[in-house]
Design a protein around this ligand. Structure first.
Ligand SMILES: Cc1ncc(COP(=O)(O)O)c(C=O)c1O
Length: 381
């Protein structure tokens, strides 16, 4: 029997899996590992999908999505960047994951290098591995607010570097790239002639300054913005995301969807249109809930003298567990076995993060407090 592809066989699974597999078998487990809102999708969004299906929107759509949704997204992007954005520049995808994969497929040749920050969401490196590209990791640190310096980016760049991938607000740290640094990063990408792929799926979940879209600083059409309905509208299971791409790249990303997904589920696209054009106070209410949970959790950790990074956005806490004297993986396994609390070891987000764990503020508020109490007691053991 011939061997299956080495790219997929050697791709490491996300480190969260081991914990999730144990959590699934524990009915009373407090689940602080999952990165999805605990809120239900709003009824008007669900009704829009139902109506769309009854009205016959049950067929393939354009590879890049229905025009109404792309037009609404283009209008929103134009408003937030103060630039012209055409519906042709929007490609509706299977979640942000699909937007990233189609974009990377269109940008990269095997062997090309992409600068990726650490800690960062593991799917970036998994996707790069599938495409035969190389992740060049730039480590960020708490001393630097988990932000890269331009010097670090310069040092990581060589003739094979094709793109730079950033994520703001960041999963797992919650670091938000401030506008002046975002501007400098975009200038750096221009000087080094790199595609700049900006994952902004948490852009509507910020606690201090609002997130300025990276595309605001793009002067020569090299930024691809990745976004999604998953986190903003509590729609993770609907699988609708989108890429906003320069006019030169957008038709290729659209073409990339043709042999892979065809198009996104049609009723889900109408649901997303309802989310975008309907009441936005729900987004604000969810953000306020995460902010409240963040503040309560930071207070609990500070009372217990547990170091933690104060996130400016997204819905995670990145906690320093070095006082436990254990690796993040061992600590996470001890916590789930001894206290039935599931968290994510930091190494999931880059091998060097073995003294950190991530918990999700998108979990139920009372679960979060009880989970943190148990985490603190395991740290003091
Ligand atoms: C940084 C980041 N980007 C993208 C995604 C994927 O979002 P989607 O559900 O739209 O595929 C996630 C999901 O956890 C994420 O944390």
């Amino acid at each position: 029997m011939r061997a299956a592809s080495s790219a997929i066989r050697s791709m490491p699974r996300s480190g969260i899996r081991e914990i999730m597999d144990i959590a699934m078998g524990m009915p009373d487990c407090i689940r602080l590992e999952v990165g999805e809102p605990n809120f239900a999708t709003a009824p008007h969004i669900i009704e829009a999908a139902h109506r769309a299906a009854l009205e016959g929107h049950t067929r393939y759509t354009d590879n890049s999505g229905i025009f109404e949704l792309r037009a609404a997204l283009a209008e929103q992007a134009a408003e937030s960047t103060d630039r012209e954005v055409l519906p042709e520049q929007i490609i509706v995808t299977s979640g942000a994951m699909g937007a990233l994969f189609s974009t990377l497929t269109c940008v990269l040749e095997p062997g090309d290098e992409v600068i990726v920050l650490s800690p960062s969401w593991p799917n970036y490196q998994m996707q790069l591995q599938l495409l035969g590209a190389v992740a060049r990791v730039v480590e960020t640190s708490p001393e630097n607010g988990y932000l890269p310096t331009i010097q670090q980016l310069e040092e990581a760049t060589n003739a094979a570097t094709k793109a730079l991938l950033i994520n703001t607000p960041c999963n797992p740290t919650g670091a938000v790239i401030p506008s002046d640094l975002l501007n400098e990063i975009t200038q750096f990408a221009r000087h080094a002639d790199l595609f700049l792929i900006a994952d902004e799926v948490y852009s509507r979940i910020t606690f201090e300054e609002p997130q300025i879209p990276t595309a605001c600083y793009d002067t020569d059409a090299r930024v691809v913005s990745i976004n999604s309905f998953s986190k903003t509208y509590a729609m993770t299971g609907w699988r609708v995301g989108y890429a906003i791409a320069p006019a030169s790249l957008a038709p290729l990303i659209r073409k990339c969807q043709e042999p892979t997904v065809g198009c996104v589920n049609a009723p889900a696209q109408y649901a997303s249109l309802a989310a975008l054009t309907g009441p936005q106070h729900l987004v604000e209410e969810m953000r306020n809930a995460y902010l409240n949970r963040r503040n309560i959790s930071l207070e609990m950790l500070s009372q217990a003298n547990v170091p933690v990074f104060t996130p400016g956005g997204a819905f995670y806490l990145w906690i320093d567990i070095s006082q436990s004297g254990r690796t993040a993986q061992d600590f996470a396994l001890d916590l789930i076995h001894n206290h039935q609390v599931a968290i994510v070891p930091g190494t999931t987000f880059g091998a060097e993060n073995s003294d950190r764990v991530r918990i999700s503020l998108a979990s139920d508020a009372s679960d979060l407090q009880e989970g943190l109490r148990r985490l603190i007691s395991e740290l003091e053991r």
